[in-house]
Ligand binder design. Structure first.
Ligand code: SAM
Length: 349
């Protein structure tokens, strides 16, 4: 029986190391089990081990782990589910259950591999809350939100969640459906500032529907199985989002930004465009179009119709994602802080 081709094997080795460093030993072990044992005796196995050169770019290892987690959560593979976290299982026992599940559910697992992993990390809302509080304190006007690459739109509701921000600091209604634990350090944003959201809009090239149970289950499957807090938090946020009166537009980022910026601004409302962990997925041409659209629209921004572009993006910093913003009129690019990719902490400048 054939095992993984070298570039596929390399993807699983890379993903195991990444999962271990990001706090998911279970998914790291799962990647290593698949690396060692998967073969072409099933359609699922054959498809993975012979994946084209794009394996790493396609996040193949996360597709495979997502497929198995989805099956374990589905209720259709109880023997496998029983060995998933929180239980700690010997690798050879877990592999036996996985091998059996692959035989029984081969077609469904094979089909799950079709789409790239996509989730919506709601704890990134902690960084957005801080940025918005600073803006509200500075501009003293309501904010109209526009999120680029919003996924399920969970972070468009950042002001509806309850936050524990370290050192006995809290923000929001403690009865909120969603609780976010995120340690704020450094030069903290003004927690007492009044925050008024005038409107919410978002776009994604593949919006995830919080009303669709299959879409919700798929999103939860991509969250690493031993990260119970993330699963609980995102699950609660999806429930909350299903009751919110806005939807994410199915649109390409550059088209959408150009169209939204072409709409006449309202006097006394600040337009706040933002994105979290999206920029790296946009082609060069889309980035150039978005940058040009801001450059053009910003020329017309006034004190009564300010325009903001803010983001949390990788920018290759080794410790986390950089928070930056530009406020027009003015137009200075300001560095606001550094945030953990999953929102566990924010270091404010
Ligand atoms: C890593 S996810 C981040 C989602 C969300 N911003 C978050 O922080 O949880 C990247 C998102 O960008 C979206 N995306 C990628 N390219 C896009 C494009 N050209 N236009 C619109 N959305 C895009 C993807 O569909 C996906 O939802």
């Amino acid at each position: 029986m054939t095992h993984m081709t070298p570039h596929v094997a390399e993807t699983f080795v890379f993903q195991a190391a990444a999962c271990r460093s990001l706090g998911s030993p279970f998914t790291a072990n799962l990647c290593e089990l698949l690396l060692k044992n998967l073969n072409d005796s099933s359609r699922f196995g054959g498809r993975i081990i012979n994946w084209p050169d794009s394996a790493r770019a396609d996040a193949l290892a996360l597709r495979a782990c997502g497929a198995l987690h989805w099956l374990a959560r589905s209720g259709n593979a109880r023997e496998l589910a029983a060995l998933y976290p929180p239980l700690e299982t010997k690798p050879e026992v877990l592999w036996e259950a996985i091998a059996d599940a692959i035989v029984r559910h081969d077609d469904a697992l094979y089909d799950f591999l079709d789409s790239p992993p996509q989730t919506n990390e709601v704890a990134r809302s902690s960084a957005l809350l801080g940025l918005a509080l600073r803006l509200a304190g500075r501009l003293r006007m309501p904010l109209a939100l526009y999120e680029i690459g919003a996924s399920a739109g969970l972070n468009l509701a950042f002001d509806r969640y309850h936050y524990l921000l370290g050192e006995e600091r809290e923000w929001g209604d403690s009865d909120a459906l969603v609780h976010i634990d995120s340690e704020w350090r450094g030069n903290l944003p003004p927690l007492e500032t009044e925050l008024e959201i005038a409107s919410r809009a978002g776009c994604d090239r593949n919006p995830l529907d919080p009303h669709d149970p299959a879409s919700v289950e798929r999103q939860l499957a991509y969250i690493w199985a031993d990260q119970h807090e993330r699963i609980g938090r995102i699950s609660a946020a999806l429930t909350a989002a299903a009751a919110m009166p806005y939807a994410v537009d199915n649109s390409d980022a550059a088209d959408w930004v150009e169209a939204k910026l072409a709409e006449p601004p309202l006097e006394g409302v600040a337009r706040v465009f933002f994105h979290t962990i999206v920029w790296q997925y946009l082609p060069r041409a889309a980035k150039d179009r978005i940058t040009a659209a801001f450059s053009e629209a910003s020329a017309a921004a006034t004190e009564a119709t300010p325009l903001i572009w803010m983001y949390m993006e990788s920018e290759d910093h080794p410790a986390g994602a950089i928070l930056k913003q530009t406020v027009w009129p003015g137009g200075e690019l300001e560095t606001m802080g550094l945030a953990d990719y999953h929102g566990r902490w924010v270091d404010w400048v």
